[in-house]
Design a protein around this ligand. Structure first.
Ligand SMILES: [Zn+2]
Length: 102
């Protein structure tokens, strides 16, 4: 029986083509797609956000991922919103409109 090579992901994809590429590649693709800018506040993005939360069943798919800064991702947490615009509005109000909560 042959040993798996040191590049384990390449070996897996050749032998099990249905296994998706590692999340790191998708993450970098989404960051590049959005120009490295947070889609919620236009600050430099440092991470990717699941628009529909991963903890609620949102997939690791390109359509469900946007570039995000740490603060916007933190505010959104795992709340489910009816649309991307609603989520963006909630984050924007939380960050910039004091009267939204007080
Ligand atoms: Zn942001």
């Amino acid at each position: 029986m042959s040993q798996p090579p040191s590049d384990y992901y390449s070996w897996l994809r050749q032998n099990h083509p249905t296994i998706p590429p590692p999340f790191a590649a998708l993450r970098q693709h989404v960051l590049n797609r959005d120009g490295g800018i947070c889609r919620y506040c236009d600050a430099p993005a440092t991470e990717v956000d699941h628009v529909y939360p991963k903890s609620k069943g949102g997939p690791d798919a390109e359509w469900n991922l946007v570039a995000s800064c740490t603060l916007c991702n933190l505010i959104a947490s795992d709340t489910v919103f009816p649309s991307f615009e609603a989520k963006r509005a909630h984050i924007w109000m939380t960050r910039y409109v004091r009267s939204y909560y007080y």
